[in-house]
Design a protein around this ligand. Structure first.
Ligand code: BDR
Ligand code: CA
Length: 348
């Protein structure tokens, strides 16, 4: 069993990451903290709560709202990709201020919400039990502000972290500038803090996430039971499938408009959870990776020392080859995993 803390900025593809984290049978999701990113911190918190409700996640999986802005910069959002509220076009989720949504936020006894930092630290400490329990994989699918704050304020808990797995960066590839990917560009200082910490980091870059395309075939299989009628188990269309279909449709539309993706949208964030569950789906290699913090044209770029110019050692952190970089994905097996989770969620 892999214990996961998920830090997210939902976001269409973050919602798919949540689905996998709830329904993969070798993953135990401890909680979901949220961060500014695809939309404001208000919306990303609310959206995580709406997704958990829509997916019928166990009641004890709660949302912990976190940073409203990056460590040292102004917040930037992605309304052109995810809509103003971060989940544009998605049907079948509760209203933002509904009882269902509000009930998902973790609260102290006095009713105040428990923050990302507090929630993360408590869950990791309680799972680790001073070494008698389990390590936790901290998974990030948004800007890494909360994670960097956790690393800075709880160095004593780093021994309890199995790995930091983040969707972000690209190798010579950007999606906000020619070389900068959204999550890293939003908070490059935070990303560098994560890369410098003395714990294994795993980068899921655009080069790989752009192969996880929710094509028309995936979409049909997801929502049109007719497409599966020849099989012995015909799965009827359900509210869940309609919700996921609306999500993919909106996301496909913006990816076509903004980037000219003709075949469908990439499910970037879902690959983080897929990696924790089954690293064998990926080919990967270890490199030195740093973030450009002050480039004239390159701020937010992830710089990968492909030829080992720096002669880094094999330690994680400041001096070493600090990052396992995913380089390719077995796409079909990933989508089988996704469909299995949809089936499982449908049966709850
Ligand atoms: C990343 O940015 C966001 O738009 C997505 O949710 C993903 O985390 C891709 O660059
Ligand atoms: Ca995201």
């Amino acid at each position: 069993m892999h214990f996961i803390w998920l830090d997210a900025d939902p976001g269409h593809d973050d919602v798919i990451a949540i689905l996998l984290a709830v329904y993969l049978d070798n993953i135990k999701l401890l909680g979901v903290s949220t961060v500014h990113g695809n939309s404001s911190a208000y919306w990303t918190g609310v959206n995580a709560a709406r997704a958990l409700y829509a997916f019928n996640a166990p009641d004890d999986i709660k949302v912990y709202p976190g940073a409203v802005k990056p460590l040292a910069r102004n917040a930037r959002y992605a309304p052109n990709i995810h809509g103003e509220d971060g989940l544009g076009g998605v049907v079948g989720i509760p209203q933002p201020e509904s009882t269902e949504t509000r009930a998902r936020f973790a609260r102290h006894e006095d009713g105040s919400t428990i923050s990302a930092l507090e929630g993360m630290a408590t869950a990791i400490k309680e799972t680790w039990k001073g070494g008698a329990g389990h390590k936790v994989s901290v998974v990030s699918s948004g800007p890494m502000t909360n994670i960097a704050l956790f690393i800075s304020t709880h160095p004593e808990l780093l021994e309890a972290v199995e790995q930091f797995v983040f969707m972000g960066g690209g190798i010579g590839l950007g999606n906000v500038t020619p070389v900068a990917e959204f999550n890293v560009l939003c908070d490059p200082e935070a990303a560098q803090i994560v890369l410098d910490c003395p714990v294994k980091t795993v980068m899921v870059p655009l080069n790989v996430t752009h192969t996880a395309i929710a094509t028309e075939t995936v979409h049909t299989c997801l929502c049109a039971p007719a497409a599966q009628e020849s099989k012995s188990n015909v799965i009827p269309s359900t509210d869940l499938r309609l919700m996921l279909s609306s999500l993919i449709t909106f996301f496909a539309h913006t990816y076509k408009e903004v980037y000219g993706f003709e075949d469908g949208p990439p499910l970037h964030d879902a690959l983080t959870v897929a990696f924790v569950s089954n690293p064998d789906l990926f080919k990967s290699r270890r490199y030195r990776v740093d973030v450009e913090l002050h480039g004239r044209h390159t701020t937010g770029e992830t710089i990968l020392d492909l030829w080992d110019f720096r002669k880094c050692d094999d330690t994680w952190g400041m001096e070493g080859k600090n990052c396992l970089v995913l380089e390719s994905l077995e796409v079909e097996r990933f989508f089988d995993m996704f469909m299995d989770c949809v089936d499982r969620c449908d049966r709850v």
